[in-house]
Design a protein around this ligand. Structure first.
Ligand code: ZN
Ligand code: ZN
Length: 389
């Protein structure tokens, strides 16, 4: 391929945007509001790299309208075009990019603090994709294009991506915790015999005004779940006060009705709940993300006691219900562990072939890449979907 000025400007601009982005990541250490510029620049870098790949395939592919070159393709079109020229983008990468597109479109709404943790996690996913895509389609390594003074920042990013635990509010936490905390905070009440009880926020407990607590006051963050003062606690926090009896919510005898709150610490139920909410909202991406998180969790299961996974409720989608059984079957088979009976239940087999994880940009899955645990349940999900790292 001839090196035209256009070619140079695309890929070189991608590297500039990446460096710009890393500069903002550095600034975000002390000022979380900088994340938004870090994200905008990173998404721009992704867009340029994808366009470069299209251009290298055929220069006309760069244009939104190939008959009338003028306006270059949007990121969304670039993705669709790459798929149609069989440059496979893995589901988890697609997810990261779609998240990035959404952010770019809503970026002004991003707040600091807890959300910054979420932004950071997704930033890492996109960064990892960019690095992998560059490796696969371009010469040299992306790291060579990173300015010397940002190399450390980039290395720290990659390293923290591999870490299961992150520093959060001065504590070491599993990297999925901030999003679970956020999910729990969205559940503001629990019910018992048709009465709704508002959950009690950290710091608002009755005990602080009791005599025996004189001289004590709540700390800035809950010592168990790390929620901020004035916010609701995370799932199964041992500091939460019961709104009915005033005892410890985790240990008291009050028999509250089933709540999504309780699903947040049971990986299968958590996945089913997240998928159901996504299905109800007609969204694929968060459902797939929940599915991949569940698959990641299952890949770590190695003891028979952990393999006794309780059956999750229906997601409202026959395809996802069967997929959840299939993924449990898949990982427990690999670990050589006994399987729970519900995997063979009728609702865990789809009547028609289903690919609930696919959206309009995706090609039909290649049947040969569908593991047998999925295939026999009529769920066409490729093996690559199950491996997020
Ligand atoms: Zn707490
Ligand atoms: Zn109680």
């Amino acid at each position: 391929m001839e090196k035209t000025p256009l070619r140079l400007s695309l890929i070189e601009n991608a590297f500039d945007s990446l460096n710009e982005s890393l500069g903002y990541v550095e600034k975000a250490h002390t000022d979380a509001t900088r994340w938004k510029f870090a994200v905008l620049n990173l998404v721009h870098a992704v867009e340029l790299v994808l366009k470069q790949r299209l251009f290298d395939e055929h220069e006309l592919l760069l244009w939104e309208n190939v008959d009338r070159p003028g306006k270059t393709v949007s990121l969304e079109t670039a993705l669709a075009r790459l798929q149609s020229i069989r440059v496979g983008i893995e589901p988890k990468d697609l997810l990261a990019i779609q998240t990035a597109i959404r952010w770019r479109n809503n970026i002004t709404h991003y707040e600091v603090d807890l959300v910054a943790e979420e932004v950071r996690e997704n930033y890492l996913l996109i960064f990892e994709f960019l690095d992998g895509f560059h490796d696969q389609h371009f010469e040299g390594s992306l790291s060579e294009k990173i300015r010397d003074d940002y190399v450390q920042t980039a290395m720290d990013l990659v390293e923290s991506f591999q870490k299961e635990f992150i520093e959060f509010r001065g504590r070491s936490m599993h990297r999925k915790w901030p999003s679970r905390l956020l999910a729990a905070q969205a559940i503001v009440s629990v019910s018992l015999e048709e009465t709704e009880f508002a959950r009690i926020a950290w710091g608002a407990e009755a005990r602080w005004s009791e005599e025996w607590m004189a001289g004590y006051s709540p700390k800035e963050f809950c010592k168990d779940c790390a929620c901020a003062i004035g916010d609701l606690h995370g799932p199964y926090c041992n500091q939460e006060e019961c709104p009915q009896c005033g005892g410890q919510f985790l240990g008291c005898e009050c028999e509250f009705d089933a709540s999504e709150l309780w699903a947040l610490d049971d990986p299968a139920r958590e996945a089913a709940t997240r998928i159901r909410l996504a299905v109800e909202a007609n969204l694929i991406e968060p459902a797939l993300r929940a599915f991949i998180d569940f698959s990641d969790y299952l890949s770590t299961v190695s003891e028979a006691s952990e393999a006794d996974i309780p059956e999750p409720e229906s997601t409202g989608s026959a395809g996802w219900d069967a997929a959840l059984a299939a993924v449990v079957d898949y990982w427990l088979s690999r670990a050589g562990l006994p399987k729970p009976d519900w995997l063979d239940g009728e609702s865990r087999f789809a009547a028609e072939p289903e690919s609930p994880h696919l959206g309009k940009y995706d090609l039909a899955p290649d049947h040969l890449s569908v593991p047998p645990e999925f295939f026999r349940r009529n769920v066409l999900i490729e093996i690559s979907t199950l491996q997020s790292t």
